[in-house]
Design a protein around this ligand. Sequence first.
Ligand code: AHG
Ligand code: MN
Ligand code: MN
Length: 338
Amino acid sequence: MTVNRKILTLDEFTLQQLRQFPSATGELSSLLRDIALAAKRINVEVNKAGLVDILGDAGTINVQGEDVKKLDIYANNQFMGVLQHGISCAGIGSEELDDFVVFDDEVSNNSKYVVQFDPLDGSGNIDVNISIGTIFSVYRRISPLGTPCVKEDFLQAGNRQVAAGYIIYGSSTMYVYATKRGVNGFTLDPAIGEFCLSHPDIKCPPDGKVYSVNHGNFFQYHENIREYINVCQKKTKETGGPYTQRYIGSMVADVHRNLMKGGIFMYPGTTDKPGGKLRLLYECNPFAFIVEVAGGRATDGTRRILDIPPTHLHERTPFFIGSKNMMDELDTYLEKGK
Ligand code: AHG
Ligand code: MN
Ligand code: MN
């Protein structure tokens, strides 16, 4: 008797992909599985956050001077733990940690990859029951196998990513990851505790009707950006609109929606913070990779995000990302007089 089961689990899918490359070692599949385990553990805590003493501030401030929420720390430790105990990762960089961490044991020193992550994105939304997420990015290390990983492994340009992904803890929990071959989304089936392929071969629609930006900062944006926002507000049926403004303060949720439905997300520099808020390594590079593989674009206003050579771990950058035609239109305003 054959069992008619059409939905692949994450493991089945990554192994199926692996079989297409006879020389592949399986390290990436194993790494993606380790990440799924951390995601499932974080998901359990996120879902009971209202019940246990895990809400709110841990009373410390992270390396970027922001309040650290307890779940941030829990998520950071889960990620670090699974990657350290797995067989694929030589070290990690995290938004929550001052410096990168070298695992430096025999297995890890012989592992191909380093991983960078934002363990909990949108953490200001935890205690108000709004979707939050985890973002990660995988690089092949450039230091020799058999040695501990080094800083240069973590300061590679985003175009050298092997894979990137995010987990969204929302109305359902989804794990989306991209390799150069495509973007695929898996929804957690709580009954069996497995991520199941629900959104194969995700493509970002080239056009959209949503723009996402923090309007509270409007008067701190460059005039070209203000002009583009005004254009978004004035769109009519005849000019491809009307547009809708959607901004929840969790980039994972905002960019996920725009990736699925079409749209543009912007976190420009402000007069106070010309470099913007978002971190190149933990937030912008992974999303730029995912959205580009899906057919969209991502820039800092002038440069392709993935081509920016990072100079330090916690570097920030203005960030514009989304549907190709919307990004192209934005460019016509950003290029005005520079
Ligand atoms: P994090 O919780 O990791 O610090 O990131 C929050 C980020 C991002 O998710 C969101 O888009 C942005 O901060 C919101 O910032 P503003 O409140 O300044 O708009
Ligand atoms: Mn974040
Ligand atoms: Mn975070």
